[in-house]
Design a protein around this ligand. Structure first.
Ligand code: NAD
Ligand code: IPM
Ligand code: MN
Length: 347
């Protein structure tokens, strides 16, 4: 028997609604198995901050660090809520976890399921994964403002790219490509962001020597958005920087038939820290509390979690049940009805 310590952060808005369904599926798929998930819930997010002013207390971070894995719903309030301006939940909680737990791979797969209506008329066979760098780029908070509030204000937000950081994520992406359809597309903006661009290009070229079986392609990020809409089937593995990866994966979710289907894993491949699994979407304040959210992204994030823990069989059963549910979808269903249906369809 094996016990997995799972830290659960339901978060804000639709976060708790989709996490409830994800846990239903996790419990069902591991019932009668020799793996038990010991869950500890952490009340973190905008709601917690508004109650007691805490974003991520050190003691809770220390506990979360000791878990085997983390499941997160979504955190954050209404964009531009003035009461949250002082805190910045996204930086203080979500990015803090990604940085402190060294989640240098943000793995975001996209599949266009044949039975799901994509907004693209003829998407083709779409099955790609974005390997988004998770700890560097413009996200690091290396910036500052001067002459704030004046007509002469200057705001800098510096993108940090280290050879060490780029190489480890590029190597992971090549390994993914090697195990898949053997095609890797570097997405950047080397024509304008020349310094970071040169570093990414050099590292991709160097690491590609170790993976001669992988074909390497390059696209500027603006052109990549064209092809994600006109020819998404061309992609196998996309490797890209933190910000480009953020933007491309919302687009990828949309072409797959909805952001409510897009799962992700914030992975620390070294296993030094627990990896964290979460839907790509946010807390969706516009539909929160109404049982309107699609929990599929959270449920597919559980499948990524199971795969990461070496429980490939359980992961396969979850994705198979999701595929069956997607094939049978008619009318509108509540968040809980989708979760219940997927549980019923587990083999
Ligand atoms: P969002 O992803 O929350 O919502 C964008 C749109 O997608 C909304 O119309 C929403 O209703 C819809 N949507 C999202 N998830 C859905 C689902 N499961 N089913 C059906 N529809 C869904 O993005 P936003 O509005 O830019 O952000 C809202 C808040 O969430 C902000 O505070 C933001 O910072 C935060 N956020 C958090 C995370 C995270 O915790 N990982 C990710 C993105 C945004
Ligand atoms: C995501 C989100 C986060 C990001 C925000 C909320 C910090 O948009 O997980 O995609 O930009 O990475
Ligand atoms: Mn995002």
């Amino acid at each position: 028997p094996r016990t997995v310590e799972l830290a659960v952060i339901p978060g804000d808005g639709i976060g708790p609604e989709v996490v409830a369904e994800a846990l239903k599926v996790l419990d069902a798929v591991t019932a009668d198995s020799d793996v038990t998930f010991a869950k500890t819930e952490y009340r973190l997010g905008a709601g917690r901050f508004l109650e007691d002013g805490e974003v991520l207390p050190e003691a809770e971070l220390a506990e979360i660090k000791k878990a085997d894995a983390i499941l997160l719903g979504a955190v954050g309030g209404k964009p531009n809520d003035p009461r949250l301006a002082a805190a910045n939940i996204e930086r203080g909680l979500l990015l803090k976890l990604r940085f402190e737990l060294d989640h240098y791979v943000n793995l975001r797969p996209t599949v266009v399921y044949p039975t799901v209506e994509s907004p693209l008329r003829n998407p083709g066979e779409v099955d790609f994964v974005v390997v988004r760098e998770g700890t560097e780029g413009p996200y690091v908070g290396n910036g500052g403002s001067i002459r704030i509030g004046t007509p002469h204000e200057i705001a800098n937000e510096v993108s940090v790219n280290t050879a060490y950081g780029v190489e480890r994520v590029v190597r992971f992406a090549f390994a993914q490509a090697s195990a898949r359809r053997k095609k890797l597309t570097l997405v950047h903006k080397t024509n304008v962001l020349v310094f970071a661009g040169k570093l990414w290009r050099r590292i991709v070229d160097e690491v590609s020597m170790e993976f001669p079986e992988v074909e390497v392609d390059y696209l500027h990020v603006d052109a990549a958005t064209i092809f994600l809409v006109t020819d998404p089937a061309r992609f196998d593995v996309i490797v890209t920087d933190n910000l480009f990866g953020d933007i491309l994966t919302d687009l990828a979710g949309a072409i797959s038939g909805g952001i409510g289907l897009a799962a992700s894993g914030n992975i620390n491949p070294d296993g030094t820290f627990p990896s964290m699994f979460e839907p790509v979407h946010g807390s969706a304040p516009d539909i929160a509390g109404q049982q309107k959210a699609d929990p599929t992204a959270a449920i597919l994030s559980v499948a990524l979690l199971l795969t990461h823990l070496g429980l490939a069989d359980a992961a396969g059963r979850v994705t198979a049940a999701v595929r069956q549910d997607l094939a049978a979808r008619t009318g509108t269903r509540s968040t809980a009805e989708v979760g219940d249906s997927i549980v019923t369809l587990l083999s």
